[in-house]
Ligand binder design. Structure first.
Ligand SMILES: C[S@@+](CC[C@H](N)C(=O)[O-])C[C@H]1O[C@@H](n2cnc3c(N)ncnc32)[C@H](O)[C@@H]1O
Length: 276
C-alpha cells in the first residue's frame, strides 16, 4: 500500500472521522491520526475482499460485529463499503454495555447510516435472539473479552456464516484449567511449557487460539492466521480469518480432541464443540 492510500478517501464521512478522533475537531490530521487511519485501512484491506465476495454472490451482505464497544469497526466498514449500497445489507453491533449501544445508535442516526443496528445483548444471548436473522454472512469480533470470542465463533457456526474474522482478546478459561490441573502430572516434561504463571497465561492464550482454529476447520472452514500489524491499541494482534468451504472435517476434529486430551482440557469439550 502506498502512503497516499492512507489519506482520506473522497467519499468518507468527515463527521465520522472526527467522532473516531481520526480527524481533529477542526478537520485536520496529525501524526497520531495518520497512524490511526493507516491501522483502519490495514484491517479494512482484509475485510473488503470478503464483503465483495458476499455482495457478488448474494447481492447483499449481513455482518454481525460482536463485542462492538464503540462500534469503531462497524462504522468504518459501513462508511467505506455499506453506505452506498442500495440493497438490504446490514451491520449489527452486539454489545453488553448499554451506554455504548445507545451512543452508537445516536451516532448512526446522526450520520444517516440506516443499515446499522445496535443490540444490547451478550454474544451468547444474540445467538438465540429473534432480533437477528437466522443466517448471517460475516461475523467479526475484535478484542471481544475472554470467552466472548468463543461465543462469537459459536454464533457464526449456528448462523452458517461464510466468513469469520476474529482478533481474540485474552482468554482466561483455558489457562484456568491448565493451572488447576498443574499438580496432576500429565506424565512428561511437556508440562514445563506452562509451569510458571506467566507461561500458563501465555500458553493458555496460544492453545485457545489453536483450538479455535481446529474447531472452525472441523466445521468445514479454511482458516488463515496472520498478524494485525500495527494495531497498537492492544498487545493481542492475532487475526484469524475463516472461510466456509465445506472442507473435510474428520482430521481437524480428531486433532482437536487429541490436543484437548493431551493437555488435560477435556472438561472444555463443550466450549470447542464439534457437531459435524
Ligand atoms: C476490548 S473492547 C473491544 C471493542 C471493539 N470491538 C474494538 O475493538 O474497539 C471489548 C468489548 O466487548 C464487550 N463485551 C465483553 N464481553 C461481551 C459479551 N459476552 N457479549 C457482548 N459484548 C461483550 C465489552 O463491553 C467491550 O465493549
Amino acid at each position: 500500500m502506498s502512503s497516499k492510500t492512507y489519506e482520506i478517501r473522497p467519499n468518507q464521512s468527515v463527521e465520522l472521522l472526527k467522532e473516531l478522533h481520526i480527524l481533529t475537531r477542526d478537520g485536520k490530521m496529525n501524526q497520531d491520526s495518520r497512524r490511526k487511519l493507516k491501522q483502519v485501512y490495514h484491517l479494512y484491506q482484509f475485510i473488503e475482499p470478503l464483503l465483495n465476495d458476499v455482495k457478488e454472490a448474494k447481492g447483499s451482505v449481513s455482518l454481525v460485529d460482536h463485542g462492538a464497544g464503540k462500534s469503531y469497526l462497524g462504522f468504518i466498514l459501513y462508511d467505506l463499503f455499506f453506505k452506498d449500497l442500495r440493497d438490504s445489507s446490514h451491520i449489527y453491533g452486539i454489545e453488553t454495555r448499554e451506554e455504548l449501544v445507545t451512543k452508537s445508535g445516536e451516532l448512526a442516526a446522526r450520520l444517516g447510516f440506516a443499515g446499522m443496528s445496535f443490540l444490547n445483548l451478550s454474544v451468547a444471548e444474540s445467538t438465540v435472539s429473534d432480533r437477528l436473522p437466522p443466517a448471517i454472512d460475516i461475523v467479526t469480533a475484535l478484542h471481544a473479552c475472554n470467552t466472548a470470542t468463543d461465543d462469537a465463533i459459536r454464533f457464526a457456526l449456528q448462523k452458517r456464516a461464510k466468513y469469520v474474522v476474529v482478533v481474540p482478546c485474552c482468554q482466561a478459561e483455558v489457562a484456568g484449567v491448565l493451572k488447576r490441573n498443574k499438580s496432576k502430572s500429565l506424565g512428561d516434561a511437556l508440562t514445563e511449557i506452562w509451569r510458571h504463571p506467566l507461561h500458563t497465561r501465555e500458553f493458555g492464550s496460544q492453545i485457545t487460539n489453536v483450538l479455535r482454529c481446529l474447531q472452525l476447520e472441523a466445521h468445514g472452514y479454511q482458516v488463515n492466521v496472520t498478524e494485525l500489524v500495527g494495531w497498537e491499541h492492544s498487545m493481542k494482534n492475532e487475526l484469524i480469518i475463516a472461510h466456509y468451504k465445506d472442507l473435510p472435517r474428520r482430521r481437524p476434529a480428531e486433532r482437536l480432541h487429541e490436543v484437548m486430551q493431551r493437555f488435560g482440557l477435556d472438561e472444555l469439550r463443550e466450549r470447542f464443540f464439534v457437531d459435524a
